[in-house]
Design a protein. Structure first.
Length: 715
């Protein structure tokens, strides 16, 4: 049999809930029954104005199925129907429908289709529900313990399979498009807006699986791949941040348990934003197509993270000003470091190791001050040129303060690196070795300031030129700008109090001046000679190359003694001039004045115009000293000044005749010294009371046709 039916006022009564009336509506449709199969079928059943149903019920097995279809229904109406249905039917598991439905508002469902399998013995039991639908313009407003707000308008489609008796076998697939979204999470620590999102996911076996989710905002995109959520555990295969169609970073293979990242990998591709961050935070210029690889762990809620960096930097260029380090592209290099973030801010880096073409740069700790974000301290910094125990950098709007202590500090490029920063640099450095330039070093303390393009400082300690000490235990004033560099100070050189001036003009080699009251100690300390004692002395030196091993200059001295010189003393004794014995004593040979021009290249001392004079004696000479081989080759003349002066003062006309055309001394002994400095071979040619003009004619060619005799000195 089959028949059509129509009821304007139908009342559905639940036998499960004490005969509760749960639906009052209009109902119409078509029913049919076959005795043979004992099967009741219904079709074109219209419930209310929207819901169309068809299905069948086996009276024998008391099982059946029903299909419901709605072409279009408002979400709010759907919530009303579901509320009434859930009042009628109790699921065998807890379902907080209101908590779910309250997150959805507005919008509508289109082409909603639901197929339900059920049984009806003593009570109505749903075996399975299968459904699908399109939806549009639904306002999604979500929050939980992590998301304070997840707000967006969504459209798309879904399908599901629900087994109320075996909930683990249930499945929900969703494809949605979201627009005008806003995410606020983790105690307002994370905020994000997106213009649109495309999400594909499912819920199965108590797992929420997001196969892919793309969030767009202007020219940026965040793309999630294979995200799995099971209670408090989240596994993420891959997250990409893409800007202007270029991948900026990749977060992958992550496991998150109770908001703790137990493991994950982060790959950051260098980009302008990262370069600017590194520049502002660490004052490092970093350019190039380079991947920075991190192993990441930490807590999402309090934003405490640990990042272990291990990256190949070969395809990058970077410059670290305070390490005087420039690494060009395609130079083999690698970095390892451990970075700690506390409450989302960089707290410290430890065990940083940078390898550039087999050169090692190490910093045990870089620590950022919690109260003062512009203050950074570095501990145990070691490079090929630096060995610093501790550095403190403090930065404000006007000044950068650098305080450092260690074994080796390089300032040779500091002024050049910082002069364009529009900040004054205040320095307070203490070190076993402070490098001022390629050849000048300081041991001690330096306090100074770099302002505009000039560098001024006061230093205490020891100044070295190369490996040689220029000044010990001194106080120095140091100045440098674009045109001139100058160091001036007073200290000890070999125990002698000495004033020193070292100056270099742009595009010229440096000049050096020593002034002391004990020239013997000064010459000994400088490595010139150990054979001078006492004496006021001034040394002027002009360097002739960048290595500072070739220079020329002049040494002038007063009231000094020549000691430990048996060759000279023997020469004087052979001459047997009157009065010579009185100037020789245990203190050596005393002179009132002395000067010499020198030209030094590496360890070879060439000298001329050597002039030594006293009341009784005058010496002129030229020659060479080889300090490395300890050899001497010297030629000169010796004359008794006192006797000559007396004769010339009493009989000036005779003196004029005897001294000859060149006005040189009439009494002279010419000598040569050659061989080891300690025991040279000495040759001596003596002449007595011979006019200078006759001596010039008959003397042997001892001085290669050049005469170096004592000039007349009437004083």
């Amino acid at each position: 049999k089959s028949f059509n039916f129509l009821s304007d006022k139908s009342i559905f009564i639940s036998n499960n809930n004490n005969d509760e009336e749960f639906l009052k509506t209009k109902i119409s449709g078509k029913l049919s029954w076959e005795k043979k199969d004992n099967l009741v079928k219904f079709s074109d059943v219209l419930i209310g104005d929207q819901l169309v149903a068809f299905g069948e019920f086996d009276l024998k097995s008391k099982t059946g199925s029903s299909n419901f279809f709605v072409k279009k229904i408002l979400v709010e109406d759907t919530k009303i129907y579901l509320n009434k249905y859930l009042d009628f039917y109790r699921f065998p598991f807890e379902l907080n429908y209101n908590k779910i439905s309250n997150k959805l508002g507005g919008g509508n469902l289109k082409n909603l289709s639901i197929n339900m399998k059920f049984s009806l013995f003593k009570e109505f039991i749903i075996e399975e529900i299968i459904g699908l639908s399109n939806f549009s313009n639904i306002r999604f407003d979500y929050n939980d313990r992590f998301f304070e707000k997840f707000l967006s308008t969504i459209s798309g489609n879904f399908d599901f399979r629900l087994n109320p008796q075996k909930i683990d076998e249930s499945l929900l697939n969703v494809n949605l498009r979201a627009s005008d979204g806003f995410i606020l999470a983790n105690g307002n620590k994370f905020q994000y807006e997106f213009s649109k999102a495309i999400i594909k996911g499912k819920y199965h076996n108590k797992n929420l699986i997001i196969a892919k989710a793309d969030f767009y905002n202007n020219n940026q995109k965040y793309s999630f791949h294979d995200v799995r959520v099971n209670k408090d555990t989240v596994n993420i295969l891959r997250v990409e941040h893409i800007k202007e169609k270029k991948v900026q970073y990749v977060f992958s293979d992550a496991t998150i348990n109770h908001l703790n990242i137990t493991k994950s990998f982060l790959k950051i591709k260098n980009n302008p934003e990262l370069s600017n961050l590194i520049k502002s935070k660490f004052d490092i210029e970093f350019i190039g197509n380079t991947d920075l690889d991190f192993f990441l762990s930490g807590n999402i809620k309090n934003l405490n993270f640990n990042l272990k960096l291990n990256a190949d930097l070969t395809n990058s260029y970077f410059k670290i000003h305070y390490l005087d380090l420039i690494k060009k592209n395609n130079i083999t290099s690698r970095i390892r470091s451990e970075i700690s973030l506390i409450e989302g801010k960089i707290a410290f880096l430890k065990n940083t190791n940078l390898n550039i073409d087999s050169k090692i740069y190490k910093i045990d700790l870089i620590e950022f001050n919690k109260k003062n974000t512009n203050k950074v301290s570095l501990k145990n910094l070691q490079t090929p040129n630096l060995n610093i125990d501790k550095i403190i950098l403090s930065n404000n709007r006007e000044n950068l303060y650098i305080e450092a202590a260690g074994k080796n500090i390089d300032l040779s490029n500091l002024n050049k690196d910082f002069k364009s920063k529009n900040k004054d640099i205040i320095l307070d450095l203490t070190s076993d070795l402070i490098k001022l330039n390629s050849k000048i070093f300081l041991t001690g303390n330096l306090k100074g300031e770099i302002k505009d393009s000039s560098f001024k400082s006061t230093a205490y300690g020891k100044i070295l030129l190369g490996r040689s000490s220029l000044l010990d235990n001194g106080k120095f004033q140091i100045y440098a700008d674009n045109d001139i560099s100058r160091l001036e100070g007073i200290g000890l050189v070999g125990g002698a109090e000495t004033k020193i001036i070292l100056q270099k003009n742009i595009n010229n080699f440096p000049s050096l001046v020593f002034e002391t009251s004990d020239g013997g100690k000064l010459l000994n300390a400088l490595g010139f000679t150990q054979n001078i004692k006492s004496g006021d002395m001034k040394i002027n030196i002009d360097f002739l190359n960048e290595k500072y091993d070739h220079y020329e200059g002049r040494i002038k001295s007063k009231k000094f003694s020549l000691i430990n010189t048996p060759g000279i003393i023997n020469s004087l004794s052979v001459l047997s001039f009157s009065g010579i014995g009185s100037i020789i004593s245990g203190e050596g040979v005393f002179f009132d004045k002395g000067q010499v021009n020198i030209n030094v290249k590496k360890n070879i001392f060439n000298f001329d115009k050597l002039y030594l004079s006293s009341e009784s004696l005058g010496i002129t000479a030229k020659g060479m000293l080889n300090l490395e081989k300890k050899l001497i080759d010297m030629k000169g003349s010796i004359a008794p000044i006192k006797l000559i002066s007396k004769i010339l003062s009493v009989v000036p006309a005779v003196g004029e005749l005897l001294t000859g055309l060149k006005k040189e001394g009439i009494f002279a002994g010419q000598f040569k010294m050659k061989g080891l400095i300690e025991n040279p071979e000495i040759k001596l040619n003596t002449m007595s009371f011979a006019p200078g003009i006759l001596r010039d004619l008959f003397s042997e060619d001892w001085l290669e046709n050049k005469n170096f005799f004592v000039k007349r000195n009437l004083n």
